[in-house]
Design a protein around this ligand. Sequence first.
Ligand code: FES
Length: 105
Amino acid sequence: MLRLCTLADIPDQDAKGFRTPLGEVIVVRRGVEVYCYLNSCPHIGIGLNFQPDVFMDLSQRYLLCANHGALFRIEDGYCVRGPCSGQSLKKMTLSVENGIIWLNT
Ligand code: FES
């Protein structure tokens, strides 16, 4: 397992990016729940964000691909709108222990 950060390091309803040996990943926080996806858009396989740690749409309900506007559900990475509609981000698994977020490798 790889230590990413603490839960408190990610503002609620926001996301952070991490470079890992498994590739760049996005960790999204909703309260005490966290979700993790590979930072690779299923549209053309490039990263979702233009700026560091900017992954959410304005409503903070979806992950946004800044390239062509695809929106992904936080809870399962499913694309609800955009050129890759119906496809999903690749889910990565996390463990949270004592407020520390670990990426399962
Ligand atoms: S690369 Fe993500 S929508 Fe095109």
